[in-house]
Write a protein that binds this ligand. Structure first.
Ligand SMILES: [Zn+2]
Length: 448
């Protein structure tokens, strides 16, 4: 993913959000820009190649006898035609790679997806009830025995655990489409519920496990965000107009939503938090300038919200969703779009530098060292409410700004003075050298 800070401000081509293998789904930096299916296909091919090259080294789970790998390839064949169809729809939504995405695209795309959080949770309790029926016994048994078997395997790395879970999703999806003959929307719903049931149980053992470096990554990004606390919405070139109370409220709600992500267990519930956060951001942008948000507006505002929120265990949550979410959710739709943008935002925050914020390198360093602070205006709607403390703060801030300006002036004067002094010293010494050259000391000594 190439971020282009030299363009001043934040810009990512919509085509760069899509899978590098060109299937039309969303890609993810965790899979080197591929979507989860293409990525798994790549690693599978690599594993098969390794096995051919070293037949006796049967490592990992793909020893060729796994029934799920057979089911998977069958599943892939069956899905490929549908995949192409869906890929076209996604392309239509975002335009071809050469076209700039039009502002309406994002808005249309997002508003066409109903926010189904409530209906989904009632779905889940219905699902749990339905599992008690004898006809659902098979599903329940398969899920329970899978949870048990995975919890029993302490030797697995988190990537292997992820592979097992993804294989399980695939075999269940195949079961619904091939054997029970469910239409795809019903099968998708079932898969949502199965994901939720399994991952709620497995959460403790697979979220941010000791065997991974997720925790270190969490600490790194947390520290990085803390160091960037001074970044303003203006520096990021967001259209957000924080002086308006409605915009401010929406930003606060977006911050709350993204922080809430850490408290959810199922990947889809975490994704819902990201989608909710994104919806508030879209509202904030819309109110700010009464026109639909462009993709760049959205990304820059999302970066701003992430910087303000510093969400707990951000990397762990992203990794967990990437590893254990049902792939369909990540590869398309609103949730997929928002998640891909969140991953982009994190990558951007890691690389954030002076040109991206429209600052000089000197200014950027001063901000990072805490020698400079941005001027933050207190929104007029807060001042109108007549809180004396806020008015005092406003006055203090104005005073501070003035002091800063005076300090800068003094520093500049001092530097100029230093320069003049240096020049003066140099001119004196060169004059002295000149005189010495004209009247060498040796000749005067010898005359005496
Ligand atoms: Zn792909």
């Amino acid at each position: 993913m190439s971020l282009k800070p030299e363009r001043r401000g934040i810009h990512v081509d919509q085509s760069e959000l899509l899978c590098k293998d060109g299937c039309g789904y969303y890609g993810n930096p965790a899979w080197q820009g591929c979507c989860s299916k293409c990525w798994r296909e790549r690693t599978r091919r690599q594993q098969q190649k390794n096995q051919k090259d070293h037949p006796q080294a049967i490592g990992g789970r793909n020893d060729g006898t796994s029934p799920t790998s057979y089911i998977f390839s069958k599943f892939e064949e069956k899905k490929s035609s549908e995949k192409a169809r869906r890929a076209n729809t996604v392309r239509k939504l975002f335009g071809s790679s050469k076209q700039q995405s039009k502002p309406e695209n994002v808005a249309v795309h997002l508003s066409s997806v109903p926010s189904t959080q409530q209906s989904r949770s009632s779905d889940f309790s219905e699902f749990l009830k339905s599992l008690r029926k004898p006809s659902s016994q098979l599903i329940q048994n398969r899920c329970l025995s899978f949870i048990e078997s995975l919890q029993g395997r302490r030797d697995l790395t988190v990537e292997q655990q992820s592979d097992h879970v993804q294989d399980f999703y695939q075999s269940m999806a195949t079961h619904f489409t091939d054997f029970t003959g469910y239409p795809s929307d019903r099968s998708d719903k079932m898969m949502d519920n199965i994901e939720k049931m399994i991952m709620t149980q497995l959460y403790k053992s697979v979220f941010c496990p000791d065997t991974s470096d997720d925790e270190q990554k969490d600490l790194l990004i947390q520290k990085r965000i803390r160091m960037l606390h001074w970044v303003t919405a203006e520096m990021l070139r967001t259209p957000l107009c924080e002086e308006q109370s409605e915009v401010n409220d929406n930003i606060l709600s977006a911050i709350t939503a993204i922080i809430e992500m850490d408290s959810k267990r199922a990947p889809q519930d975490k994704l819902s938090c990201i989608s909710r956060c994104s919806n508030y951001i879209f509202k904030a942008i819309q109110v700010s300038r009464s026109s639909p948000a462009t993709a760049d507006d959205f990304l820059s505002s999302l970066i701003y919200v992430v910087l303000k929120a510093n969400p707990p265990r951000l990397q762990s949550n992203i990794q967990y969703i990437t590893r254990f979410c049902h792939p369909n959710r990540l590869m398309m739709g609103q949730a997929g779009y928002c998640f891909t943008n969140l991953c982009c935002a994190v990558t951007f925050i890691e690389k954030l530098d002076a040109p991206a914020l429209n600052l000089t390198h000197e200014e950027f360093d001063q901000y990072m060292r805490g020698q400079r602070a941005p001027v933050r205006r207190i929104p007029p709607f807060l001042l109108q409410e007549g809180c004396p403390g806020l008015k005092q703060m406003q006055k203090n801030q104005e005073l501070l700004t003035e002091l800063h300006a005076r300090q800068d002036k003094i520093l500049m004067e001092a530097k100029r003075f230093e320069k003049e002094l240096n020049e003066w010293t140099m001119s004196i010494s060169s004059q002295v050298e000149e005189i010495i050259a004209k009247f060498p000391l040796t000749s005067s000594v010898s005359k005496m």
